[in-house]
Design a protein around this ligand. Structure first.
Ligand code: UDP
Length: 326
């Protein structure tokens, strides 16, 4: 049985990857320090013989006994309000954590795929964003800790590929949504759905004219799976090119949930990118991949998930005190 290590296993994307690799017949080692992840996302896997869980911070030395065939590095805070609360941890998991995992991949002769992001393009001056665009990032802005960690992550990954001949893959993930997003992580999908379900007004930041392009999680996981098993070492955008303004998206959520609430406007966060849409020509050509689930279907499935949360979960302001992390 082939063995795969998935970091960030208790998070949104990591937990869906664990499910996928279990379903494909792999032995899965999930690793997470639970700073932003939640064991609830993977509790259904604990009874399986081919699933193991290590509670570990990947920015510290990583020991995994025995052989390892694949590593998928998905550990990281991934929402702008988390970067503000845990900036050092965000920098460390993308830099030191990636270094440790590349070392582990070299030691085990394992293929490693790292989760990069559309944030490497910053507030993009090229639209839609192709992989060849170098980006427009403010290194010292509030998002810099995430963006620059991910940019460093890509550099060190390519260096391990060229210098140590490690088999590497890099996915640049655009806005993704679906079941198991953390309700209070501040990202727009759980924020709007949570507000609608609690009967609160929907908070649009700025004038809501900034755009995003939302990909349903199952599509993203399929793209990542194909990339891992391709022989392509350069970054590949995975996302859904269907672009919408945040204001229109709020209206869409109001219609979908049938809430009586309205849109209210709040200040635009610093360095909030004005526009974002993936150019997925490379994924189409190399991976024969493109999204299959449109926003109306994906949002219906996502709403079902959030409706299934308990009253306590829906009203909890934040499930974590980050103050003990450094
Ligand atoms: N946003 C919003 N209201 C919210 C949360 C987010 O208008 O309650 C906006 C945010 O300013 C950004 C977009 O929605 O323009 C997407 O934000 P998110 O945090 O989901 O991800 P980002 O793509 O900015 O990393």
């Amino acid at each position: 049985m082939k063995k795969v290590l998935i970091t960030g296993a208790a998070g949104f994307l990591g937990s869906h990857l664990c499910d996928r690799f279990i379903n494909e017949g792999y032995h899965v080692i999930g690793m997470d320090n639970l700073i932003t992840g939640d064991l609830k996302n993977i509790e259904h896997l604990f009874k399986l013989k081919n699933f193991e869980f290590y509670n570990h911070d990947v920015s510290k030395f990583i020991h995994v006994p025995g052989n390892l065939d694949y590593i998928l590095h998905f550990a990281s805070p991934a929402s702008p309000i988390d970067y503000l609360k845990i900036p050092i941890q965000t920098l460390k998991v993308g830099s030191l954590g990636t270094h440790n995992l590349l070392g582990l991949a070299k030691e085990k002769n394992a293929r490693i795929l790292i989760a990069s992001t559309s944030e490497v393009y910053g507030d993009p001056l090229v639209h839609p964003q192709t992989e060849d665009y170098y980006g427009n990032v403010n290194t010292i802005g509030p998002r810099g800790v995430y963006d620059e960690a991910k940019r460093f992550q890509e550099s060190i990954t390519m260096a391990y590929h060229t210098y140590h001949k490690v088999e590497t893959r890099i996915v640049r993930i655009f806005n993704t949504y679906g079941p198991r997003m953390r309700l209070n992580d501040g990202r727009v999908v759980p924020a709007f759905i949570g507000q609608a379900l609690r009967g609160e007004d929907l908070t649009v930041f700025g004038e809501g004219l900034q755009t995003r392009s939302f990909c349903y999680v199952d599509d993203l996981i399929e793209g990542i799976y194909r990339l891992l098993f391709s022989d392509y070492v350069y970054p590949v955008n995975i996302g859904n090119p269907n672009e919408i303004t945040i204001k229109d998206f709020a209206e869409e959520i109001i219609r979908l949930t049938g809430t009586e609430q309205k849109v209210i406007y709040k200040p635009l966060p610093v360095n909030d990118p004005l526009q974002r849409q993936p150019d997925i020509s490379r994924a189409k050509e190399i991976l024969k991949w493109q999204p299959q689930i449109d926003r109306s279907e994906g949002m219906k499935r996502t709403l079902e998930y959030f409706k299934g949360l308990s009253h306590e979960e829906l009203y909890r302001s934040e499930h974590k005190d980050f103050s003990s992390y450094s």
